[in-house]
Design a protein. Structure first.
Length: 168
């Protein structure tokens, strides 16, 4: 995928699988604001929000967390903990060269520092954890920018309205 300077909300929705409405709600709620907000035009309409490549990457991570079952309030908690406790962005903690790595066991999200100290971002982000056991059970929360798979037609010979193709 070739990176652009900015992406419209439609492009972001198509790439991440998020809906335009989700992006609008997340923007209004402060979870992920766009670099260039929507504004009123002289003709009375509105422009689309525009996102940077870094914001697109972060939206991929947030979409992945939502797909894994994490709630929007939990996403807010994760982003806030990264900012307030570690002075790091989601991008920095998921492959952007920061000093943190985000991991999940499917139930919670953990931050591991370069020194190997763990923090549970959803429970007690200010208190280090004692980790005993197999750390390999935790999955890395980085993402790769892969195009979404397109579904193939079923080959049934029917159109979406249920009629046979070519029948008139």
């Amino acid at each position: 995928m070739r990176l652009k300077r900015t992406y419209s909300s439609r492009e972001v929705a198509a790439l991440t699988g998020l809906s335009a409405r989700q992006l609008q709600i997340w923007d209004a709620g402060g979870l992920m604001t766009s670099a260039i907000p929507s504004h009123r035009t002289a003709a009375g309409g509105y422009t689309e929000r525009r996102y940077t490549p870094i914001e697109l990457f972060e939206l991929f991570v947030l979409a992945d967390l939502r797909h894994r079952g994490f709630s929007v309030p939990q996403l807010h908690t994760i982003v806030t903990a990264l900012d307030e406790q570690f002075d790091a962005s989601l991008f920095e903690a998921t492959g952007g060269g920061g000093q943190l790595q985000l991991l999940t066991d499917g139930q919670s999200v953990y931050a591991r520092t370069d020194a190997g100290v763990f923090y549970n971002l959803l429970e007690t982000p200010v208190q280090p954890l004692l980790v005993v056991g197999d750390e390999k059970l935790l999955k890395d929360l980085s993402t790769s920018l892969r195009p979404k798979r397109r579904t193939k037609a079923s080959g049934s010979g029917k159109s979406s309205r249920g009629r046979q193709r070519g029948a008139g």
